[in-house]
Design a protein around this ligand. Structure first.
Ligand code: 13P
Length: 251
């Protein structure tokens, strides 16, 4: 994986009360104290204020799972970048497949959010990934390419350092089906090539591309061993220290 630093992130999705989130955060701080990689947890909005102080000053950063496309205003039920920053959030996950496919966020909306997050100095984990029918139709590369290009439209070369890409094939999310390390690596290489065309070879070499989709302690190391896989975005297995720590601490 060249000179890139592995980056392992836990997306807690819509799980955990504040007390449960605090317990998990505390266990992760202890379990990852000697971890060599870069780490992030993304709790629900409701637990950000609880988890923030527990992980502050450790090797685990605080992430949010989404944000509004506007800074503030009449947007009932939305959460703004200013509110996230106020809670100490450093990173925001954007374009997650659940946002794209369940909540119908399109590339234009996701792009607007990406630019707003970067403007406010947040790191962005931009998720891309194909549906099963798109893979079966041989369109996985094209779908991920389009989502990458449109997601990054208007992002300057200088701002690209604030971008992490997460390849999450939709058919592998929460299903127990993982892409083979070879299949995942092929898409990562493809996306890296897209970054190269947009921003040049140096940028392509540097960008972190995480894999997400049923990452577990028993498959993490094989995935991470691939040249173009630079980390993981973990859902189900991120909900327990017993499963997240072994993934995050892989050698
Ligand atoms: P699972 O690890 O539960 O498949 O979820 C992956 C994911 O969507 C992380 O964002």
């Amino acid at each position: 994986m060249a000179n890139r630093t592995y980056y392992i992130a836990g997306n807690w999705k819509m799980h955990k009360t504040r007390a449960e989130a605090a317990e998990l955060a505390g266990a992760l701080v202890a379990g990852l104290r000697n971890g060599k990689h870069k780490y992030l947890v993304a709790p629900s909005f409701t637990s950000l204020e609880t988890v923030g102080p527990i992980i502050r000053g450790t090797n685990i950063a605080l992430g949010a799972q989404n944000m509004a496309a506007e800074e503030q205003g009449a947007h009932t039920g939305e959460v703004s970048v200013l509110q996230l920053k106020d809670l100490g959030v450093q990173t925001v996950i954007l374009g997650h497949s659940e946002r794209r496919h369940v909540y119908k966020e399109d590339d234009a909306l996701i792009n607007k959010k990406v630019k707003l997050a970067l403007k406010h100095g947040l790191e962005v984990i931009l998720c891309v990934g194909e549906l099963l029918e798109e893979r079966e139709a041989g369109r996985a590369e094209a779908v991920c390419e389009t989502q990458t290009v449109k997601g990054l439209e208007g992002v300057s070369p200088g701002d690209l350092s604030g971008i992490v890409i997460a390849y999450e094939p939709v058919w592998a999310i929460g299903t127990g089906k993982t892409a083979t390390p070879e299949d995942a690596d092929a898409i990562h290489a493809w996306v890296r090539g897209v970054i190269g065309r947009l921003y040049g070879g140096g940028a392509a070499e540097k960008i972190i591309i995480q894999y997400g989709g049923s990452v577990k302690p028993d498959n993490a190391a094989q995935l991470m061993a691939k040249e173009n896989i630079d980390g993981a975005l973990v859902g189900g297995a991120a909900l327990k220290a017993d499963t997240f720590v072994p993934i995050a601490a892989f050698n």
